[in-house]
Design a protein around this ligand. Structure first.
Ligand code: NI
Length: 256
């Protein structure tokens, strides 16, 4: 069984003490590919470097809504330059986050999201979207970019919005959150969505699946996400692992 962790922040400070050890060991632990997203320009540049170092690591570059203070033409050009580096397979993570009251203003978040979706379209790259408590606005921005495909990572919206995203050609990915006690809504979405549009991720170092919740997360736990999806859909974990692996190869346009 092989797994593709489509979202793990290995440039996070949480891995400063043992980054190389953890990342180098992933293939032995069954995780033969992973995408490291950026959340600001510095992290995006470091994701590109990490991808250059490890054959099984790919990078996404972009500015996260929580980090979009100062967004404008200059930052946009910096993302564009990073996006042209080798092994950059997506623009992300980008999106909207209305959870924290001290986040950048919503209008600025929307502008950064719009601009980066347009960039994804221009470069022919998929987008990795973070949508926290901003479902209506996130979907509205996505609808304005019909030529762009993407994934809503750590999907937390309704089954109805999920169906809208699927009609638009988008994917959904799920984290260890689906193993938590309060995950009923996400499990209903998983039941409603065809496996062909689902990917698995850890969002490491965050969101460690049960029964390890509270520990630092890494891609070695992503099989627990696949197991939960298998349980909900009445499939084997091997079937879910391989289907989500193939989905990720197609989504990121990675050849075997
Ligand atoms: Ni993330």
């Amino acid at each position: 069984m092989r797994l593709f962790d489509t979202h793990a922040h290995y440039v996070s400070g949480a891995f400063n003490a043992d980054r190389d050890e953890v990342v180098a060991a992933l293939p032995e632990r069954g995780v033969t590919r992973t995408v490291c997203p950026g959340d600001d320009l510095d992290a995006s540049a470091r994701a590109v470097e990490l991808a250059a170092k490890y054959p099984h690591v790919y990078a996404a570059v972009g500015v996260h809504p929580e980090e979009c203070e100062g967004w404008g033409a200059e930052m946009m050009e910096a993302v564009r330059a990073l996006a042209r580096k080798p092994k950059v397979v997506a623009i992300g993570e980008i999106g909207l986050d209305y959870h924290w009251p001290n986040n950048p203003p919503r209008e600025l978040q929307k502008r950064a999201f719009h601009d980066q979706l347009a960039l994804a379209g221009e470069l022919g790259l998929p987008a990795i979207v973070h949508d926290r408590e901003a479902h209506g606005d996130s979907l509205a921005v996505v609808r304005e970019h019909p030529g762009v495909r993407g994934v809503f990572h750590c999907y937390s919206g309704s089954a109805e919005d999920a169906k809208t995203l699927l009609r638009l050609g988008w994917y959904l990915s799920f984290t260890g959150v689906i193993t938590y006690k309060n995950a009923r809504k996400a499990l209903e979405v998983i039941q409603a969505v065809p496996l062909e549009r689902i990917m698995v991720e850890t969002d490491s170092p965050y969101l460690t699946p049960e029964p390890y919740r509270g520990r630092r997360n890494d891609s070695g736990y992503v099989h627990l996400v696949a197991e939960k999806i298998a349980q909900v859909k009445g499939l084997t974990v091997e079937e879910v692992a391989e289907a989500t692996y193939q989905n990720a190869l197609a989504f990121f346009a990675i050849s075997e």
